[in-house]
Design a protein around this ligand. Structure first.
Ligand code: 7RM
Length: 634
């Protein structure tokens, strides 16, 4: 029997799978798609061109992704635990939910949505903390063919309103409030504030989490628990087309307005399952834990979909790494005997800074595989993770991917292909990266650096940006003809392993979260008394990148701390606390070219402290501002 490479187990397998996937991508991905339940088989595997762009996978195929996440597992092993929910407070009891129970909860929730008149193609915004209802609500949308758009609960009312409006959402799913470390924070009232600026939302369903008596608008808002009492425990899954949208997830780019990345059902399903099983080398019965929030793509692909498609048992964690103390992650690993642990470099760095005592009181012997995602990992953090968490016996996978790629594209496969600190290393089978120079020429040699592009589609590539296909073309497919451009620079080492260097556009990666400089600047400019601002990233020990803002004010700043407070508050209101600047320097002017473009390169060098590398400043309108900026450096 020929190998379908559905599970690569050796380095030789990997080489063969990669070769097969390049030689005949359609045969390769058709073999992977065979593993799923389809209501109707596809007619053609792939049609694509990167000009418009137009990419379609498993054309003509009909399915429902929740039948693949739930129903088929219920038939085979309904009593298996799907979710182990670990609450914020370690004194509160963890909850285990089997595949059968999850199936029933999704069906009931889906029936509630249906009863509200929500159906195929409608958009539903989900604004919820990390509680089981978040995953249940998302899957309930998929069950009835509604398009979910999860908005991270740390985003402000204004950000939430922008996303609701852009998506034209008919319903919002939320909770009363949320627990986050020692704090209780509002959720429903943020939704209420957002909805003052929205006209499309007809229904708000509220899950009870903190037990608050929140205000409920009659005719619009209802408690989920009350609704669940009146519905059936079964809900037939809506038959969907392979290329129907599954979800929209908003992400920042180099312009001020976040864009709604659209993923479609068939390809996303095949790729998240494939990448999950192969990168982590997940074995049946193991316990997987991804610490990301479902508000980010990582929580979509490696909490909500990948692991459930694979029939895995996983931990879902409500809390934060440092509450009640910096040993929490490791306490949870021991408590639930976690085998595969997937987190962000920023979390590793912050726990590393808290000292080894918090690690050494735990056993960690259940761990078999470790992973990282979201940003480059520095060697020091990599070694700390490998040695103190993995006890030098667990492979560490550094997984590179993006909201737009839907799943992990470059990573070593745990224990199968080699690893090297700081290197995401190898493209997955079916992934065809190239490095280009600024003129678009392909760099074929090793030991060289270039712009990272993909020359062939993989099943979970984004299909469009919601409501604005031209923006999708412009952003990802116009820089280099016939290529998907990632926005990242990368280097191939002498053995062909990829090392991701970072963004080459105006995107800052703060603790693994993406923000556009323009987005933050427009927030800062809304603060009273601000005339103009320019924002750049600078190296930050814990967050990877920090946010450095240069701000021009109307009048001379009297009390700088007071003014900084106003600016931080403006950012908090416009985006959310996660985007607040770490440093704010007041300046009388910005370095601009004669055509009025801000020379960010200079601002970046000042923020990085590389004052001797400012380069040529003679083309500036007013070269003197550079001296002032240097002198006032924070
Ligand atoms: C999954 C996710 C995407 C951007 C991407 C990179 C950076 C992500 C790594 C990484 C170095 C990694 N999606 N990035 N993973 N850089 N090594 N392993 O993070 O859309 O939010 O961000 O994140 O710059 O373009 S994302």
């Amino acid at each position: 029997m020929s190998n379908d490479f559905s599970r690569v187990r050796t380095a030789e397998d990997y080489t063969a799978a990669r070769a097969a996937s390049i030689e005949d991508p359609e045969a390769f991905w058709a073999a992977q798609a065979e593993r799923f339940t389809w209501r109707r088989r596809w007619d053609r595997v792939l049609e694509w061109e990167f000009e418009t762009p137009s990419v379609k996978w498993f054309i003509g195929g009909r399915l429902n992704i929740t039948e693949n996440c739930l129903d088929r597992h219920v038939e085979a092993h309904g009593d298996r635990t799907a979710l182990i929910w670990e609450p914020n407070d370690p004194k509160e009891q963890a909850r285990r939910i089997t595949y059968s129970e999850l199936h029933e909860r999704v069906c009931r929730y889906a029936n509630v949505l249906k009863a509200k008149g929500i159906g195929k193609g409608d958009r539903v915004v989900v604004y919820m903390p990390m509680i089981p209802d978040l995953v249940v609500g998302v899957l309930a949308c998929a069950r009835i063919g509604a398009i979910h758009s999860v908005v991270f609960c740390g985003f402000s009312a204004r950000s939430l309103a922008d996303r609701i409006n852009d998506a034209g959402a008919k319903a919002v799913l939320c909770s009363d409030g949320m627990f986050r470390g020692p704090k209780e924070m509002p959720v429903k009232s943020v939704v209420d504030e957002a909805l003052e600026q929205c006209t499309t939302v007809e229904h708000v369903l509220v899950s009870r989490r903190v037990g608050w008596d929140v205000s409920m608008q009659p005719g619009r808002d209802t408690w989920l628990a009350d609704e669940l009492e009146h519905v059936d425990a079964t809900c037939p899954a809506e038959e969907m087309d392979s290329e129907d949208p599954l979800f929209i997830l908003y992400t920042s780019g180099s312009t001020g307005k976040p864009k709604g990345v659209v993923h479609t059902i068939g390809g996303y399903m095949v790729y998240t399952d494939y990448s999950f099983r192969n990168v982590f080398q997940y074995e049946e019965g193991q316990v997987f834990w991804c610490t990301a929030d479902v508000g980010w793509i990582t929580g979509h692909s490696y909490i909500t979909y990948g692991p459930l498609l694979a029939g895995a048992t996983q931990v879902m964690f409500e809390g934060v790494p440092t509450f009640p103390d910096p040993g929490r992650f490791w306490q949870v690993v021991d408590k639930h005997r976690v085998n595969v642990f997937y987190t962000a470099p920023t979390a590793i760095r912050s726990l590393m800074a808290c000292g080894l005592d918090h690690v050494l009181s735990y056993d960690l012997h259940s761990l078999k595989v470790l992973g990282t995602v979201g940003e480059p990992i520095n060697e020091e953090a990599w070694h700390w993770y490998k040695t103190h968490i993995g006890k030098d016996r667990c492979p560490v996978v550094d997984t590179w991917w993006q909201t737009e790629t839907g799943g992990i594209l470059i990573s070593s496969l745990a224990g199968v292909t080699d690893e090297k600190p700081g290197h995401a290393a190898h493209p997955l089978p079916g992934v065809q990266p190239v490095l280009l120079n600024a003129e678009g020429g392909e760099i074929t040699g090793n030991g060289e650096e270039g712009l990272l592009c993909m020359k062939f589609p993989w099943p979970s590539i984004l299909r469009t940006t919601w409501g604005d296909h031209e923006r999708c073309r412009q952003t990802y497919f116009s820089a280099f003809k016939g290529m998907y451009f990632t926005g990242d620079g990368a280097k191939r080492d002498l053995d062909g392993r990829y090392r991701i260097i970072g963004r080459v556009d105006d995107v800052i990666n703060v603790s693994g979260h993406r923000f556009g400089t323009a987005e933050i600047e427009s927030a800062i400019n809304q603060a009273k008394g601000v005339v103009e601002s320019a924002v750049v990233g600078y190296p930050h020990d814990i967050k990877g990148q920090g946010i450095y803002a240069y701000v021009i004010t109307e009048a001379p700043v009297g009390d700088p701390e007071d003014m900084r407070g106003h600016i931080v508050e403006a950012v908090r209101q416009a985006i959310g606390p996660i985007a607040k600047p770490d440093k704010i320097q007041f300046v009388s002017g910005l370095p601009k070219t004669r055509s009025g473009k801000i020379m960010r390169r200079i601002l970046r060098k000042v923020a990085e402290g590389e004052l001797d590398k400012l380069g040529d400043t003679s083309t500036l309108l007013d070269p003197k501002v550079v001296d002032e900026i240097q002198e006032g450096r924070l």
